[in-house]
Design a protein around this ligand. Sequence first.
Ligand code: HEM
Length: 133
Amino acid sequence: MPRIAELFFKTAIVFLVIGIGIGLMMAISQNHAVMGAHAHINLLGWVTSALFGGYYALNPAKAEGRLPMTHYAVYTIGVVVMTASLYMLLSGNTAFETPVAIGSMITFLGVLIFAWIAFAPAGQRAARPIAAE
Ligand code: HEM
């Protein structure tokens, strides 16, 4: 499996542990104020990162070069900044409104990089049979 696939998948699992932790915390305390942060950590962090990992695992040719690592770095930083800021904002800290917006934009940039990778034609290596590698 390409390294980037494993990296995305392991990061996704970290988001899942944090997302479920917040879900359990909400359920136990019966205070659902941070529901938006819980939902985004699980869906952007766990589900989407795991999908990216699955994509690179199924398309090793697309995992080559520097761009997939740029995709990983930009997307993951964006999700961390956005969801941590959203958690603080929903906890009542209005100062985190701007960091939520900045984190959202960084996350979106990560998605645009992925769109570029997914839609660009595969490189020469993709056409070669595995035995020739
Ligand atoms: C043990 C695991 C989990 C627990 C204890 C948990 C708990 C909760 C709680 C207490 C709420 C608030 C419900 C409300 O106020 O209406 C919630 C909402 C939500 N959760 Fe989880 N959750 C868990 C896992 C997940 C996972 C894995 C995902 C996504 C992959 C997820 C996605 C969502 C979403 C999207 C909402 C918002 C639902 C809405 O808008 O009504 N949750 N969760």
